[in-house]
Design a protein. Structure first.
Length: 544
């Protein structure tokens, strides 16, 4: 076995740099080969207030990584002849219903996020009513045609498992996966008993704007859950045990968890995905299988999945070609995937005798982009802003102040000054890829001062812009803005999606394939006081 000492030193340095950069409270990392664990390490604080350090024996919530557990259970029952994943969901849940002019939704469609149904908003505390309420929504595409991530779809799958097997979802996970894999430090559902062993989860201090590490986190809302879209909590090393089983094609230490045929189906690319969907600059091909994504890059095949909960995030990935995998769990806002990717790259290089990759840059504001492409004076009838470039550093100069810009996505930047809250600064390109305009909230500017004509908008639309909130801890709030005659919904993390008018105060969210809708009502004194988004009610709030 090659000496991994230097590789681990580099990984430690990369983790500590990323934690400082992102303001991550605590982190647990586990690196594994196909046959054994290679490295387990904890960093930072389990509880910030007491400065209690994270220990590798402490639990983190895995979030949507649990979707692959759900798919394994379904494939196991199919192997036993107790269900067929290509049968309609209604065959197992007769009350399951979605408004649709297309063929019935099958288990396969839910497993691959291709059912054409909404994501879900966790508006009830229990999954049963949320799945029941799908009858009030409409499938906008034939099943199997488009990928649209759906948590509520996986909640339905959990109810199918319980209906077929007559046992709670958590018991199935325990008996069929955790115990055979000797995952003794993992709970199959998150309960008050779990909480005693969990590190404290944290969320951003501000829940209504893009996160800045310097603002600091605050304790997140505590939740119990047993839903099959993600309700598992455990140690990073236990999750690495699970990943080892996947790296071995479904074979565990006490026998097979899945047959070779079922494992092949699980990792097949049933729903094609683009590189951007997986957060990659490029790849040779990729897609979503059953609770796992897979892709190929530089002649190597990868599998993995991320997870997010209220106050917790996790990521697992494996290079199947070389046989190196990694798991990272964190208890607050921050980027966990870069740590996993770097850990795999470093250990793979050490094992194959290659030069170890350099440490990731602590800050890469443009991620390889050309800063000068964004520079210039952007004008509108109401004023102008100036973007300056100094090397790879960008800065906005505007009437409200001057601030450096931090990359937050493709052509999207955060101005690091409270005067520019709560929106990102987004740039638009023409058909040649040249930057031609910028937008920030309801304002927009063009590089040459020529604005696209405002086609106008119905007078009733002026009732909709504003800040809307709910007590839902998963999706606490959003903003509606009116810009250049068009309505947009803006998420707390700054992403924008256009709204398309469907009449009677109802709008489609996103492109024409989207099943997500929002409905405004209770118009008082020219303002909408309520907005119902995909089953969850939000109410106009006093903050801008």
């Amino acid at each position: 076995m090659p000496d991994l000492t230097e590789a681990m030193h580099r990984i430690d340095a990369a983790v500590e740099s990323r934690m400082e950069q992102d303001g991550i409270p605590g982190l647990s990392l586990s690196i594994t080969g196909r046959d054994r664990s290679l490295y387990d390490r904890a960093y930072g604080f389990a509880t910030i207030e007491s400065r209690m350090p994270v220990e590798t024996s402490q639990l983190f919530e895995f979030g949507s990584i649990g979707k692959s557990f759900t798919c394994i259970l379904l494939l196991q029952l199919q192997e036993e002849g107790r269900l067929d994943i290509h049968e309609p969901v209604a065959s197992y849940l007769p009350w399951f219903e979605v408004q649709s002019e297309f063929e019935q939704v099958t288990l396969h469609h839910l497993m691959t996020h291709t059912a054409g149904i909404i994501n879900g908003t966790d508006f009830p505390a229990d999954s049963r009513f949320e799945v029941w309420s799908l009858r009030d929504t409409k499938a906008t595409n034939p099943p199997g045609k488009h990928f649209h991530y759906s948590n509520v779809g996986y909640k339905a799958l959990g109810l199918v498992l319980q209906a077929v097997n007559g046992q709670p979802y958590s018991r199935l996970v325990r008996e069929r996966i955790l115990d055979p894999l000797e995952m003794n430090d993992t709970d199959p559902s998150i309960t008050h008993g779990t909480r005693k062993r969990l590190v404290t989860g944290y969320r951003p201090f501000y829940d209504d704007r893009p996160y800045q590490a310097g603002q600091g986190p605050v304790p997140a809302t505590w939740l119990e859950t047993d839903t099959a879209d993600g309700c598992i909590a455990g140690t990073a090393s236990d999750l690495a045990r699970y990943l080892r089983m996947l790296m071995n094609g479904g074979d565990g230490p006490n026998g097979r968890i899945l047959s070779p045929e079922s494992f092949a189906a699980m990792t097949a690319r049933h729903a094609p995905l683009a590189a951007a969907d997986l957060g990659l600059e490029s790849m040779d091909g990729g897609g979503y299988g059953y609770g796992l994504y897979s892709f190929s890059s530089d002649g190597r095949d990868y599998i993995g999945h991320s997870g997010g909960m209220v106050g917790y995030y996790a990521h697992m990935a494996a290079d199947l070609t070389t046989g190196v995998g990694a798991v990272t769990t964190i208890n607050g806002p921050g980027s966990q995937r870069p740590i996993v990717d770097y850990a795999i790259d470093v250990v793979r290089a050490a094992l194959t005798g290659e030069s170890l990759p350099d440490l990731p840059k602590a800050s890469d504001p443009l991620a390889g982009s050309d800063a000068a492409a964004y520079a210039g004076t952007f004008r509108s009838p109401d004023g102008s802003i100036r973007i300056t470039a100094d090397g790879d550093e960008l800065r906005i100069v505007a009437p409200e102040g001057s601030a450096p810009l931090e990359l937050r996505g493709k052509d999207a930047f955060l101005a690091l000054d409270a005067a520019f809250d709560p929106y990102l600064l987004n740039f638009e390109r023409d058909s040649n890829g040249t930057i031609v305009a910028a937008r920030h909230g309801s304002r927009s500017w063009s590089l040459d001062g020529r604005m696209s004509p405002d086609g106008g908008h119905p007078e009733i639309w002026t009732a909709y812009p504003g800040h809307y909130r709910s007590h839902n801890p998963w999706q606490t709030n959003f903003r509606i803005i009116l810009r250049a005659g068009n309505l947009f919904i803006v998420s707390p993390w700054g992403s924008e999606e256009p709204l398309t008018d469907r009449g009677d105060g109802v709008f489609r969210i996103g492109d024409e394939q989207s099943p997500e809708f929002i409905r405004f009502d209770t118009i008082v004194n020219g303002e909408a006081w309520r907005a119902e988004m995909s089953g969850c009610d939000y109410y106009r709030f006093f903050t801008p």
